[in-house]
Design a protein around this ligand. Structure first.
Ligand SMILES: [Mg+2]
Length: 269
């Protein structure tokens, strides 16, 4: 259901006095970059996030699968909590860095897998191996379908035999495979942030566009919040409602500012 038609969502939002926003970046706030190596900030996103972050009734966290140093470049906005690699590496609004996983403990396994994946895609068009530091991602968005399927299946088998499932997880996706720590999980990240950085009385909201965001939707709902899917077409989702594009999502977020400003004006009147 589109959020504009979701009456119960809008009623709950109208009651909220403070909002705690958890926002995915790619495909949610901004259109997809051509490749993950592109880290050009979108001025429209930066301007909106700056307005949200400055509002006394709003806290903002950007929760991305990208590595933290890329998220930092994409969101050059002070006062925002940034979560990279699905929440493994964090930067607090004050600028402090938190690593939730011991880098030295996971790196040797990644170093073992990396040359195997690199060799697998050598000489093949349309593949891109991204070393995020905490995780390895194999992108096949520009590869031919059948070849992508075969290569990703082989990459999955290599990852599955190379590490303990207690420490690592393999994330699938459309023409995409990623291998990283189990804590690389947006649901676990949101839980951690709500527990470690509580803001009593704030309603949590999560906006995201893909299956990694779905892992956070249930957590947000269990904590009394609202989950919103950004997607052009309806699809199977746990979200409470849907916004049709990153542009719609930005416009919708801007209306929240109006609602909260209205609360303050009503009090002062
Ligand atoms: Mg996304």
């Amino acid at each position: 259901m589109l959020c504009s038609d979701a009456q119960s969502v809008n009623e709950r939002l109208a009651q909220a006095e403070r909002l705690r926003l958890f926002l995915d970046y790619d495909g949610t706030l901004a259109d997809f970059a051509p490749t993950p190596a592109h880290v050009d900030p979108d001025p429209a996103v930066g301007a909106l996030l700056a307005r949200l972050a400055q509002h006394p009734r709003i806290q903002v966290a950007v929760v991305s699968g990208r590595r933290l140093d890329h998220v930092t470049k994409l969101v050059p906005v002070p006062g925002i909590l940034l979560a990279g690699t699905y929440g493994v590496e964090l930067r607090t609004p004050e600028g402090a860095r938190i690593d939730r996983v011991d880098y030295e403990a996971v790196r040797p396994t990644l170093e073992g897998l990396k040359p195997l994946w690199a060799q697998l895609i050598t000489g093949r068009a349309g593949f891109y191996l991204e070393d995020k530091g905490w995780a390895l991602a194999l992108h096949a968005r520009f590869a031919e379908d059948a070849e992508a399927e075969g290569v990703l299946a082989a990459a999955y088998r290599m990852a599955a035999v190379s590490a303990s499932p207690e420490v690592f997880r393999i994330l699938g996706g459309h023409k995409f495979l990623e291998f990283g720590p189990r804590l690389a999980h947006k649901g676990r990240a949101v839980e951690y942030l709500l527990d470690q950085f509580p803001w009593p009385g704030a309603m949590p909201l999560y906006l995201g566009d893909d299956d990694k965001d779905e892992e956070a939707f249930g957590v947000i709902q269990a904590r009394g919040g609202i989950a919103i899917l950004v997607a052009t077409a309806p699809r199977e989702t746990q979200a409470d409602c849907r916004l049709e594009s990153p542009l719609t999502a930005r416009q919708w977020l801007a209306t929240l500012l109006g609602h909260l400003d209205g609360l303050d004006q009503a009090r002062q009147a």
